[in-house]
Design a protein around this ligand. Structure first.
Ligand code: FAD
Length: 320
């Protein structure tokens, strides 16, 4: 069966959820092989096998850890040349997209970025992308070479398919450009107990209707009961009620969770651009004509300060 290379996103062997989603998608196209760069492969083997990686190509050279992007490009390109994959999947972050573009150029392959779905077509992998502030769905496939595809988080729910992976160490010849930019230090981003906005299965967001920084506690209470990330509209962020890193939308973070709950958000096009591909959208707004109701799967016309606490109470009551 055709090999599908999946670039693993990890921190010292702790595999991040988007990689498990890529492995799940890769199984639709062929036999997934993980490409693991840097230290920590032993810690990742069980997880990668559990989600269907038949092989793990490991590159534990210091270059991939100590230098920016180019060593990963050298490694992925050379592994692709050795294995002749039917497709290469990467996570759609800034680094994933930069690696993908360079690998595609070197391999002479077509590139598709920010796919929200990938499936097998008669001429190879077919992708769905969400374009122009999510007003168009684009179906595409690559016509030259092994497709290089970056996929947004939450395109699919990760599904286990356990196998025992064969681990293969790969020796890579790094070009002179690989050691051009050295990483001098890394500072982990401060984060609380909540999941990352881009990776969360559930996002609960507040907008101008929340009315103040202290009022975000009602949004956070629901989020914490659901194990969700907290998002905010630009109006809420610009007012200084919530950190900019939580802004959802065209000029903020684009999310695609299983469930998106928008409270006190009108549904401006720029906000929709960041959440429209969510699987289920629930809106709470006191204005029955708010545009958010046009795309919501479920809507509650009401005051969020009544609706959210009652929702939280009900979740707590059902959990006993
Ligand atoms: P509003 O539009 O003011 O809506 C507030 C809503 O809350 C109303 O519908 C109201 O009925 C409701 N409400 C009020 N009180 C309550 C209550 N007690 N209970 C229930 N409902 C209540 N916006 C983004 O969000 N993300 C972006 O990335 C983004 N990028 C932009 C880029 C550009 C170039 C531009 C021009 C704009 C951008 N915007 C973005 C701003 C966008 O156009 C809107 O202004 C913004 O999304 C509005 O935020 P909001 O829905 O919270 O506020």
């Amino acid at each position: 069966m055709a090999e599908i290379l999946v670039l693993v996103d990890h921190t010292d062997g702790a595999v991040r959820k988007p990689t498990l989603e890529l492995l799940t998608l890769a199984r639709r196209l062929g036999e997934p092989s993980a490409v693991f760069l840097g230290p920590g492969a032993d810690a990742a083997t069980e997880t990668l096998g559990r989600y269907g990686a038949h092989r793990i190509h490991v590159v534990d050279a210091p270059e991939v850890d100590e230098y920016l992007v180019t060593p990963a490009v050298d490694a992925l390109t050379q592994i692709a040349e050795r294995t002749g994959p039917a497709a290469i999947l990467l996570p759609s972050g800034p680094e994933g997209k930069e690696i993908a573009a360079r690998v595609a150029l070197r391999l002479g392959s077509g590139l598709i970025t920010d796919a929200v779905d990938v499936f097998a077509g008669s001429d190879g992998p077919v992708t769905e992308q969400s374009a122009f502030a999510a007003t168009y769905q684009v179906t595409a496939h690559v016509t030259r070479g092994a497709p290089v595809i970056t996929v947004k988080p939450n395109a699919v729910a990760p599904e286990p398919a356990p196998v025992t992976p064969a681990v293969e160490k790969q020796d890579i010849t790094f070009g002179p450009a690989a050691t051009a930019v050295r990483v001098l230090s890394r500072t982990p981003r401060e984060r609380g107990d909540r999941p990352e906005l881009t990776e969360a299965d559930i996002v609960v967001s507040g907008g101008r209707g929340v009315g103040g920084a202290e009022n975000f506690a009602v949004v956070e209470r629901v989020a914490d009961l659901l194990g969700a990330a907290v998002g905010a509209s630009r109006a809420a962020v610009d007012a200084g009620w919530y950190p900019h890193s939580h802004q959802v939308g065209q000029t903020g973070t684009q999310v695609s969770p299983q469930l998106y709950l928008a409270a006190g958000i009108s549904g401006a096009i720029q906000h929709r651009a960041g959440m429209q591909t969510s699987k289920t959208i629930v809106a709470v707004n006191k204005d029955p004509d708010a545009p958010i109701f046009e795309l919501a799967d479920h809507g509650v016309v009401g005051d969020l300060f009544e609706v959210l606490p009652r929702l939280a109470d009900e979740i707590e009551r059902r959990r006993g």
